[in-house]
Design a protein around this ligand. Structure first.
Ligand SMILES: Cc1cc2nc3c(=O)[nH]c(=O)nc-3n(C[C@H](O)[C@H](O)[C@H](O)COP(=O)(O)O)c2cc1C
Length: 160
């Protein structure tokens, strides 16, 4: 099966997951940035990685996911500052699943991703901080080795 690992990233957290996922896949595979505009039609398996922005998948991913067609296998992965399995993150993944609903979702994975020091400073200076910012200190250093190992294990379980 031909596989595409496509990802969106600003500060490379999601890239880290995308590379680990790509290295793990045993399919005939390609790794592409979402801004390369890959045509999902060419692939039977699509792993799409996004970063969470304002409670949703980032805008480029929101545009990409509806292009997925009937029967294509889809694995969704994400990084975010909020704690794993928190309500807003479950919701962001729900939005992604809904957008990719023409495909067959075979799995999902999400983990925290640290904020750049510049962005931390910028948001800390604001009067009104987003709710997810409270989790930003705990997101520091993620994705870490344990996050990556968990993703690799999951992929090895799904793609046998
Ligand atoms: C403008 C902006 C908005 C963000 N919104 C959220 C959010 O709503 N929820 C959240 O958990 N994290 C949020 N984050 C944190 C990022 O999702 C997180 O740091 C992610 O790992 C970044 O991925 P990247 O390094 O691949 O760009 C936001 C970050 C930025 C810069």
């Amino acid at each position: 099966m031909k596989a595409l690992v496509v990802y969106s990233t600003k500060t490379k957290n999601t890239l880290k997951l995308a590379e680990a996922l790509y290295d793990t896949l045993r399919y005939d595979k390609e790794l592409k940035l979402i801004t390369d505009n890959p045509d999902p039609e060419d692939y039977g398996f699509i792993a799409a990685g996004f970063w969470v922005k304002d409670g949703k998948p980032d805008p480029a991913t929101m545009e990409f996911l509806p292009k997925i067609r009937d029967g294509q296998e889809v694995f969704l992965f994400a990084t975010h500052a909020s704690a794993r399995d928190s309500g807003p993150i479950r919701n962001a993944m729900k939005v992604a699943k809904e957008l990719a609903k023409k495909g067959r979702i075979v799995g999902t994975f999400g983990c925290q991703g640290g904020i750049s020091p510049e962005m931390m400073e910028k948001i800390a200076a604001k009067d009104k901080k987003p709710a997810w910012f409270a989790d930003a200190p705990a997101a520091k250093g993620h994705p870490d080795e344990k996050d990556v190992a968990e993703l690799v294990h999951l992929i090895n379980t799904i793609c046998i």
